[in-house]
Write a protein that binds this ligand. Sequence first.
Ligand code: 5RP
Length: 217
Amino acid sequence: MDQNAKKQAVGRAAVKYVEPDTIIGVGTGSTVNCFIDALADIKHQITGAVSSSEASTERLKALGIEIFELNEVDSLSVYVDGADEITEHKHMIKGGGAALTREKIVAAVAKTFVCIVDNSKEVGVLGKFPLPVEVIPMARSYVARELVKLGGDPVYRDGVVTDNGNVILDVFNLEILNPVELEKTINNIPGVVTNGIFGMRGADVVLVATDDGVVTK
Ligand code: 5RP
């Protein structure tokens, strides 16, 4: 099975975690796009969605799914999103699509975080995928110097402005042995909006698409 077929399989599998008459949280990325496509079959059963990016909002709206502002809702039954890397402890690196901050906020509100990946995303230790860090533009150089002190090699993601008007530094060559600790340390650098380690709020359920089908963890 090629990677695209795996993304479609895992996107379809996530639909069973959607409860009728609720507002759901929807992440960002090519795997989530497959989930959104699969939502078409049950779109009349849900009240609507809170989206983590302008891109997902457009896709959801195209299906006729009502979009809610996060401030309008008290809770979300489920949040479905992909990941760039995930460990057996359900810690993740996210933000390859630059949507990490809104993703982290929406995930925080959701009762259940369902992470959907193909098996190429499973790793023993996080860090081979460069860690995205969203930064207030005026702090870019300062934050980059601080990230070097932590042992990383930050690279400015040229030309990318996040949905929040900020920039992204991708940090190469980190071996993230303690995701929760590093997540807090990087978030404490002045000028950092957030970083792509999802350690404090990991996934609750992981659906992994393999050649033999979708495995639930
Ligand atoms: C976007 C993300 C995505 O979930 C992550 O990049 C995975 O994307 P894809 O499903 O396209 O591989 O965090 O900010």
